[in-house]
Design a binder for this molecule. Structure first.
Ligand SMILES: [Zn+2]
Length: 75
């Protein structure tokens, strides 16, 4: 079964879920706050090569570094 990545609109947390393909876009509750305002992250393939860069970009963080924490560039 493939792993899908979701993001919660309420708490802005990402979480992974192991689901069958037919359930990939079915509603799912947030792992963190049990909120229902979640959506699937479609760029999971990019996350496999550089998950930290994806997390930084989707959070509107620093664009000049590839680190998720942005500790290296001070942002
Ligand atoms: Zn949440």
């Amino acid at each position: 079964m493939p792993i899908y990545e979701y993001i919660c609109m309420d708490c802005k947390q990402k979480f992974d879920a192991l689901r069958s393909m037919k359930d990939a876009d079915a509603p799912i509750r947030c792992n963190h706050c049990q909120g229902e305002h979640t959506s699937r992250v479609l760029s999971v393939f990019f996350a496999q090569s550089d998950g930290k860069a994806l997390a930084g970009a989707s959070n509107g963080g620093c664009a000049s570094c590839s680190g998720g924490s942005c500790a290296s560039c001070g942002h």
